[in-house]
Design a protein around this ligand. Structure first.
Ligand code: F0G
Length: 456
């Protein structure tokens, strides 16, 4: 059969509200034109994030009922530990309430002021955690990854020359670890090849620097490797994931993505000293090491979800939905990051709205237009999220102005995608009338979540 179907059927539904255009206009104004401040029930198709928004399977719900809520050494912990160990091979495993808690513990225990942390691209919370610990977070993605229109298979790869130069310039002593994010969320959800992972590991190892993998979407990355990297076509996604983690000295994970759970994360490592540091910080901030920040039932759901994410048929379907949308947008000449990422389609807002300069936040213009036209909630990954302010107080725009439409796992069907395509098409046809925005309120860090805007 040519049609790729959802490899599941639905036995529980959740109603979606369809607001009138006037009601959406009112809701957006009341949210100060920041979609993070909207009520979720006012969003018809909510593509704000793929994080914690997925639908659990019958197996996961059944596992939840087995949750052992003992404080220490619960059965649920044993299952979680065994599954995470099978996938990562790590010696030390720590559950956390979500990914940023793992990043926070890593930064708090291993990073000193003045350190430098290389990554292909830091996700916003990763960057914030490294900077909060006093380090400089540097992004060393390959040049292909900076060109949204270029079709190349592994645009999440780290540039090995940039990495070598970064080490030469700062000295290995200033680099407590290097990171690589799979898939590269900030750079368009683009995958990292096994060859690149191996080479990054080799370069860091030569200088005695550990490699930490930000593994949120490790199963989607494994799927890309299987499909597009020579030599992996007959491997299972589990085998590919195991090889991936074999290059890691440590890993941070948000189980809200490829754990197919609504909450959860983990931090793993091989080094005993790191483990001791992590354990102490974990007890202080998250909880006892056998539950971290999680209930026993969460540990159960994650143990099942991690393996379901490595199911090949599930990844085939997941990838097909993203391809379905991206193909139709390319046909309509809507500028998107190519090829489509693992968990999202990223629209190039700079090319979509050439009449808006980065200072007018084209990404916010596009996000708000999608909401006003179709009740679709996306997110800006551009100068609001990643813009920097220099010493003179001037804003330096982000290199890319993207709008991300991230797909919750196992939630929306093909007709939702058809509705989405119609919405984007209408916004595209009327793009010249879309206004820019200015910021009227912002906090010092992670401003995109809570800042207020006003249309220009
Ligand atoms: N690393 C990456 C690459 C991420 O995408 C995220 C979260 C995190 C770390 C932090 O994990 O949310 O569990 O604390 N990304 C979500 C997103 C929020 O929408 O992309 P967390």
């Amino acid at each position: 059969m040519r049609t790729i179907i959802e490899p599941f059927r639905i036995k529980m539904t959740e109603p979606i509200k369809l607001l009138s255009p006037e009601a959406r206009g009112k809701a957006l104004a009341a949210a100060h034109y920041n979609v993070f401040l909207l009520d979720a029930e006012d969003c018809t198709i909510d593509l704000l994030t793929d994080s914690g928004t997925g639908a659990m399977s019958t197996q996961q719900w059944a596992a939840m009922m087995l949750g052992d809520e003992s404080y220490a050494g619960s059965r649920s912990w044993k299952k979680f530990e065994a599954t995470v160990r099978e996938i990562t091979g790590a010696r030390h495993i720590f559950p956390t309430h979500q990914g940023r808690a793992a990043e926070g513990i890593l930064a708090q225990t291993q990073v000193r002021p003045g350190d430098v942390i290389p990554n292909n691209n830091h996700f916003d919370t990763t960057r914030a955690n490294m900077e909060f610990a006093g380090a400089q977070a540097v992004d060393l993605v390959c040049d292909e990854g900076l060109d949204p229109a270029l079709e190349a298979p592994f645009k999440g790869n780290m540039d090995l020359d940039k990495l070598e130069r970064c080490i030469q310039k700062n000295g290995a002593a200033k680099i407590p670890f290097g990171m690589i994010t799979i898939t590269n969320n900030t750079g368009g959800g683009q995958p990292v090849s096994m060859a690149n992972l191996r080479a990054v590991k080799k370069t860091l190892h030569k200088h005695g620097i550990p490699l930490v993998i930000d593994a949120c979407r490790f199963a989607e990355n494994a799927y890309f490797i299987r499909e597009y990297e020579a030599g992996y076509g007959d491997k299972s996604l589990l085998e590919i994931a195991q090889e991936t983690f074999s290059y890691a000295d440590a890993a941070t994970m948000s189980c809200k993505k490829d754990g197919l759970a609504n909450i959860g994360g983990f931090l793993v490592c091989d080094d005993d000293q790191w483990a001791e540091d992590f354990r102490s910080a974990l007890i202080l901030r998250e909880g006892f090491p056998t539950y971290g920040g999680l209930a026993g039932r969460d540990l159960e759901a994650i143990a099942v979800g991690l393996m379901e994410a490595l199911d090949y048929d599930y990844q085939v379907y997941r990838h097909a939905t993203v391809e379905y949308l991206s193909k139709r947008l390319i046909e309509r000449e809507v500028p998107i990051v190519r090829p489509a990422g693992g968990h999202a389609v990223f629209i190039d807002a700079k090319a979509f709205l050439p009449h808006l300069s980065p200072r007018m936040y084209p990404g916010i213009g596009l996000v708000n237009a999608l909401y006003l036209v179709g009740g679709v909630r996306g997110v800006e990954l551009g100068s609001v999220m990643f813009g920097r302010v220099d010493k003179g107080g001037n804003e330096i725009p982000a290199p890319l102005e993207l709008v991300r439409l991230a797909f919750p796992r196992r939630v929306y069907t093909q007709s939702h995608f058809d509705y989405l395509i119609e919405t984007i098409e209408e916004v595209w046809q009327n793009r010249s009338a879309i206004p820019g925005y200015r910021i009227t309120y912002q906090p010092k860090i992670l401003r995109h979540f809570v800042c207020h805007f006003e249309p220009l």
